[in-house]
Design a binder for this molecule. Structure first.
Ligand code: MEV
Length: 425
């Protein structure tokens, strides 16, 4: 029978009642229900205060990206990700980059854009002029909302107003430029947006609908670059292959999507480890990749006069070190401590370096032996474990499957059966 998922007020139930609800709905065993509630380092009552309708927590592996030298300083990179090979590839690439002096990074001030949508004006273009003229009053009203941000050196700095043509006619979009300092900024910006909306209505004579931050954070950019000696990357042929892989991504959106996914593999792993908003970062990165009107590669790879590989990456990075899960999640706090970053800008720059390393790791593997070999050896271990291998048998079964290029459950089972019968793989 199809059970109903209608459950108004689920959030008001106790943990126990909620567990009973999901247990009955999904026929969970006692063991499964207990596992769900075994939330380890994120206590259930804390998880319960973070989101709604909580029934458990899902742990993901936290690995360490190593070898990172960024602006002459060594960093250990906490990376939370379910995908094999990502941490290894980033570390391997960081080692190659280290041979060329490491990563060099920079960033703009941490300015986020808040959008206020006004519709129905008789004179949208003249409204725009009036909004721009009233800039000081609007900014004052915005800054009144967040004295702590202002005293930390941040706050609404500037505004812009654009008339856009839509299927519903002309609209006036006022944009607040808010220096968010070490916050990601969504709360600060949205509060300011909402506070200035009545002012915008009064000035324009229009009606304000949306008042929300933009994730296309073009005023909060981070940049990383590196030189990889040709010897470290595997010779000039490999340099050429990587430059050609970049040219492919720059020219073709189908390839660019995967190329950029590779960059985000590293960045999102750090973002997740530190409890930051990975959806905001993904949205910002991919929309920035299309900001010219055509989706393209976020990174650039070139060959310099000496035949060495030169990489650069620029993307929006709305990260924070204060507020939200970054502060409440105990593991996120430890991850930030491992990173040792002192400001959101420094953090964002480290993320750019990790993204560039991840991209290099993927392109080097693709340009050489392909990614499957690296992927497969880790995957093979998982398959061996799932087939029932334990202790040293895990590696034996896994290596045999990789050697035969038959990384499959049925083959793992056959090998284990053979071992049981003969004592050999
Ligand atoms: C896999 O997670 C990421 C890659 O596909 C990235 C790329 O193709 O550049 C290997």
């Amino acid at each position: 029978m199809n059970k109903s998922s209608l459950a108004s007020g689920l959030y008001k139930l106790s943990q126990k009642e909620r567990l009973t609800f999901v247990k009955e709905f999904a026929n969970l065993t006692d063991e499964e229900a207990a596992l769900l509630q075994n939330t380890g380092s994120l206590p259930l009552d804390l998880a319960d205060r973070m989101i709604e309708n909580v029934v458990g927590a899902i742990p993901i592996p936290l690995g360490l990206g190593v070898n990172f030298l960024i602006n002459d300083r060594d960093y250990l990179i906490p990376m939370a990700i379910e995908e094999p090979s990502v941490v290894a590839a980033a570390s391997y690439a960081a080692k190659m980059v280290r041979d060329g002096g490491g990563f060099h990074t920079s960033s703009t001030p941490p300015i986020m854009i808040g959008q206020i949508q006004a519709v129905g004006m008789k004179d949208p273009y003249a409204s725009r002029m009036r909004v721009i003229k009233a800039k000081e009053e609007i900014l004052r009203k915005a800054n009144d909302q967040d004295p702590p941000l202002v005293s930390a050196g941040g706050g609404a700095r500037d505004l812009d107003a654009r008339v856009i043509s839509t299927s519903q006619g002309l609209m006036l979009i006022t944009e607040l430029h808010v220096d968010c300092r070490d916050a990601m900024g969504a709360n600060a910006v949205n509060t300011m947006n909402e506070a200035v909306a009545p002012l915008i209505e009064r000035i324009t004579g229009g009606r304000v609908y949306l008042r929300i931050i933009s994730n296309l954070a073009t005023k909060r950019l981070v940049r990383a670059s590196c030189v990889v000696p040709k010897k470290s990357v595997g010779g000039e042929d490999v340099v050429d292959a990587i430059v050609s892989a970049y040219a492919f991504a720059a020219a073709d959106p189908y390839r660019a999507a995967t190329h950029n996914k590779g960059i985000m593999n590293g960045i999102i792993a750090v973002i997740v480890a530190t409890g930051n908003d990975h959806r905001a970062i993904e949205a910002g990165a991919h929309s920035y990749a299309a900001v010219s009107g055509r989706y393209t590669s976020l990174s650039v790879w070139e060959k310099n006069e000496s035949g060495d590989l030169v990489g650069s990456l620029e993307l929006p990075m709305a990260v924070g070190l204060i507020g939200g899960a970054v502060k409440t999640h105990p593991i996120a706090r430890i991850a930030v401590k491992i990173l040792g970053v002192k400001s959101a800008n420094e953090f964002g720059e480290v993320c750019a370096a990790v993204g560039l390393a991840q991209n290099l790791g993927a392109l080097r593997a693709l340009a050489n032996e392909g990614i499957q070999r690296g992927h497969m050896s880790l995957h093979a271990r998982n398959i061996a474990i799932m087939a029932g291998a334990t202790d040293e048998l895990i590696d034996k079964v896994a290596s045999k499957m990789v050697e035969e290029r038959k990384v499959r459950m049925d083959r793992a089972q056959e090998l284990l059966d053979k071992y049981k019968a003969t004592g050999k793989i």
